[in-house]
Design a protein around this ligand. Sequence first.
Ligand code: GLU
Length: 508
Amino acid sequence: MSDNKVRVRFAPSPTGPLHMGGVRTALFNYLFARKHGGDFLLRIEDTDQTRYVPGAEDYIAEALKWCGITIDEGATVGGEYGPYRQSERKPLYREYAEKLIASGDAYYAFDTAEELDAIRNQYEAEKKTFTYNPETRGNLNNSLALSAEEVQAKIEAGEAYVVRFKMPVNEELHLNDEIRKHVVFNSSALDDKVLFKSDGMPTYHLANVVDDYLMKISHVIRGEEWLPSMPLHVLLYRKLGWEADMPKFAHLPLILKPVGKGKLSKRDGDKLGFPVFPLLWTDPKTQDISSGYREDGYFPEAFVNMLAFLGWNPGTEQEIFSMEELSQAFSLERVGKSGSKFDPDKTKWFNRQYLMSKSDDEIGQLFNREVLAKKGIEADQNKASRVCGMVKDRVDFISELWEHVNFFFEAPKEFDAKTAKKAWKEDAPELMQELKTILSDISDFSSANTEAIVKEWITAKEIGFGKVMNPFRLAMVGAGKGPHMFDIIELLGKEETLSRIDYACENL
Ligand code: GLU
């Protein structure tokens, strides 16, 4: 690049929700930009109008925002190299297609879809595969095979055409990828890709290269599925005379399914038991819903931390990284070549680490907002925080807290039958009434105080602790679970504790 500034772009096509692999690509670009004090661009590649899905672009912007990936320049924020939506750049691509035709590096092709289908079928019948390439192009309906007059006549008659790249014959291409290093392609294995379509729109290849050049992109960091396009892209830079300004390429390893082989794809949806999308997505046509990490209760920090480790590692034992730390630590040198298996359990583990690192107050607030408020329960913030603090080490998600603490907010109406059988013996009602009398006399209802008094009483009675504590827990919780009993009753308060004892005695 002329001015050497790091400028990278995330260039999704708005053809549906963004897959987590796409978010990983965006993240690595973003981290690379941050690390080098560069710019991170969002470019919307919407040249294929047949695949356009309404809502997809907003989804992409929202997903990046949720992850904390901020855009310096791009479709949603503007910038001096705009517009950043390829459909809005439509008029500027034709010039480059024409330039390639003029230099003899591209040509007009008039073959209709029917003609090409017929040829394909003919090849298939002979058990061969048809490719539009240096071998076949001389016999097809294009400006290389037709005379200049015929071509002129067709164009004047308004016949539809596409512009194809004229792939050089048998040229060995030695290219460099920042991750894979030296890669070799032979042009004979490549086809004459369409660069410009009959609808006046460029294809992905032309638009992508032209825009990377015009937007002064320094590094193209994208998924491995684009590696096969790299030779064509490099040839386009060369033929357009832009090789000196060509960005460096880095193709990120695939994200694989947790078990077995194969790329984790959009189509996996929820079939594998975990979301493949950052946010919930409702298909605008079918109304089918695919789950998302956000709605499933993941913290964006945990999701991002997990994604960073899909293909990259810091080379140390450290696993928990904030976005800031990732921006410092990230480098393409530490991105691997081989695919990395997605691990849903590890993703939960990350979430748990972030949950545990939050203060009781933060967790309590989240719990209040995300769980209690939705259930219409109004709880004291302090109580919510204390309750959550007692059980936070037992859960991976805020939503899971409820099953551990529900009895703090709703008195048990039913009792777990199994526990009741073991805990509620014949003498239980009598013991509970005695306990009630003792508790009603206590004015300092703090955990330590009630514990001391109740234990003294049990010791004096010379009965096992379980005799009292088991039915007591059943009466307070409705089951045999929960944190320390006296912590529970401190939070419930005296009045509620006594009334639960009565309810249990009447109903068990
Ligand atoms: N529009 C392409 C995509 O959807 C961009 C590939 C690239 O980054 O060059 O992934």
